[in-house]
Design a protein around this ligand. Sequence first.
Ligand code: 9D3
Length: 233
Amino acid sequence: MKPLRVDIITIFPDYFREAFDYGIIRRARGAGLVNIEAHDLRAWTSDKHKSVDDRPFGGGDGMVLKPEPIFAAVQSLAGGNRRERIAAGTRVALLSPQGRPFTQSLAAEFAANEQLVLICGRYEGVDERVSDALVTDEISIGDYVLSGGEPAALVVIDATVRLLPGALGSETSASNESFTDGLLDCPQYTRPPEFEGMRVPEVLLTGHHAEIARWRREAAEEKTKRNRPDLLK
Ligand code: 9D3
C-alpha cells in the first residue's frame, strides 16, 4: 500500500518536532504507512519581512492570515491552488473554530486518501478566500477556544493514522471500538482484586463469559447515560 502523505502548513513547525515519535504513530511511520511533514508557512512569503498576516478589512482587533502564502503553499504541496484543480485523492483541511465538527467517520474518510494537507489557523482568523476556494474540509475539534490550529492538527493526524490498514496490532481492530457502536467503553479492571477497600465487580472474577458480556454491556450503557446522554438520543 502507498503511504498516506500528511503535510502540515503552520507558522510553528517546531511545535510538531517530537509529536509523531510515540506509540502507534511512530510505529505506523516506521512501517512506511504514513509520511508526515510540518512546513513553515513563511517559506512561501515573498516580502522581505516574511509577513504571513495583516490587519482585517473593515477594522477590528487582531490580525488575519494572508491568502497569498497559503495558496502558494498548497500549490506547491498539492499541485493546485483551487479546490477543483487538486487531485481527487487529496484533502485540504483548514483547522478553524468555524469548521464542521471532526468525527470518527471523517477520520476514516481521511485515512482512505493519498494525501492530507492540514492548514493551521492562528491570530484572529484566516482570510475567507482560503475556505471559499482552496479547502475541501473546514474542521473544528470541539467547542472550546484554542490558541491556534496546531493542537487540532495533532488530534486529526492521531485519529486518522491509527485507522490506516496495519497501524493497529492484530489483537485490536478499529472496527470493534467505542464510537463505532455508539456507546462508551465499559469499565476495565486489573489486579489487585481489592485496592484500598475498593473491590473489582465480582462477576468479572467468575469466568462466566455470558454474564460478563451482559455486565459489560449494561455498565457501558450506564456510563454512556451518565457522561454522554447525547449518544443515546
Ligand atoms: C471563535 C473565536 N474567535 C473569536 C474572536 C477568535 C479565535 C479563537 C481561536 C480565532 C482563532 C482561534 C484559534 N483556534 C483554532 O485555530 C482552532 C480551533 C479552536 O479554537 N477550537 C476547536 N477547534 C479548533 S481547530 C482550529
